[in-house]
Design a protein around this ligand. Sequence first.
Ligand SMILES: Nc1ncnc2c1ncn2[C@@H]1O[C@H](COP(=O)(O)OP(=O)(O)OP(=O)(O)O)[C@@H](O)[C@H]1O
Ligand SMILES: [Mg+2]
Length: 461
Amino acid sequence: MTGAGRRRLGAPWRRRRPLRTRLALAVTSAVALVALGVCTAAFFVVRGALYDQLDLSLTQAARLAAQRNPDSGPDTLAGECRFLAAPACAEVVPADPARDPARPYLLPVDAGTRAVAAGRRAPYYTSIVHAGHPTRMLTTDYTKGQALQVALRADTVEAGISDAARWLAVIGAAGVLLAAVLGYWVSRTGLAPVTRLTATAERIAATRDPRHRIELPPPGREDEITRLAGSFNTMLGELEQSVTAQRRLVADASHELRTPLTALRTNAELLARGERLTVEQRERASLALGRQLREVTGLVNDLIELARDEEPQPLVEQVRLGRLVEHCAQAARAHWPSVPLVVRSTDEVVVPGVPARLSRLLGNLLDNAAKFSPAGVPVEVELTVRGGRPELTVRDHGPGIAPQDLPYVFDRFYRAGAARALPGSGLGLAMARQIARAHKAELTAEAAPGGGALFRLTFGA
Ligand SMILES: Nc1ncnc2c1ncn2[C@@H]1O[C@H](COP(=O)(O)OP(=O)(O)OP(=O)(O)O)[C@@H](O)[C@H]1O
Ligand SMILES: [Mg+2]
């Protein structure tokens, strides 16, 4: 298996932790890190302060010793050094080991001490253990090539440091615990809207019902997540509308198909018993069958057209509307020879679109106008540019559209009472409006002044 293949397969195995856990862990780690950092820093500050105080006492003790015995030799200051409480235990160490006193030093003497005595090194503090006690010692320069070592017991300081360490450890642990609680709380409250969003999405996936919505907080309390939930609700609204429209289309289509299909079946059954019919009856039945088949085919084709949505982009081209109108008028004239078609085109108009679809739109308008026009009365088609927007009007002198029908003529399968006697399924205008919308144009119907119907197609809406 290739590396990439393995990586692809590997993805589901190494499932990531849920977002809530990750967020809780991140918050906990961040707060815990800060708590531990603060405790550690506090420990070093406390330790430093305690040692500083002890070192200050040592410096004062050294100064006192020097003032008391400014000329003392190695032996004079060396004492018992037993209690190590103030006054401090002190001893003088010469740079030259040959001048050491007869008895051994009580405090540790090394090369560093000799170097301070010889003036080669700056004074320094050391922590030592003396007679089983923690002790702090200052080695500083003294007179005439000698160093002074002063020591103080550091038990109380060490005890203070241990105490501070213990307390800070307890506080640090409490901080980590608090961080964990905070992390859990932050992830819970912060991700609550996301959880709701996920639950709703899952419910929709399970029930396939897009009517569900996510509950939104009252206005004024929106944040990024509630905005996301709002967009999700809008999307659900659109989805619901689209699903409802599709369902209605299917219901309407099946209802509309039922009548012609019944008529088809009746005629087909009639023809099946052909031997009992006269030649004339057979001919009439087969003619009706042919017509009904054409009707059903037309209806099905219209439904397929309506089910389409956007215009396929590769088919979009710059369409010269004048020529397209002339072409459609020619076709309509051939189809409706009794109705004169007058085309007036004042401007050369070019719009982006799919020529076949625009022809279909125009064909429907011309077909309606001719269908409803009395014979011999002209249908007027006009192409102009109004307010910078191309506009096409189709006007007839027929009965017009009753005001109560006007809002519905673009609905699928809608046919006004007066039109029921004429052929048609009520899909033409629905399709025309859909094509117009896909071309970012607006198609409206109105009553023409002086009677008749007027359809207006405005581009660039
Ligand atoms: N020019 C018009 N004059 C009067 N009424 C019209 C006109 N055009 C459309 N209508 C009304 O609008 C209805 C819907 O028109 P539409 O073109 O959608 O359907 P149709 O012509 O009945 O059938 P189809 O176009 O599917 O063959 C018509 O049935 C008719 O009542
Ligand atoms: Mg029509």
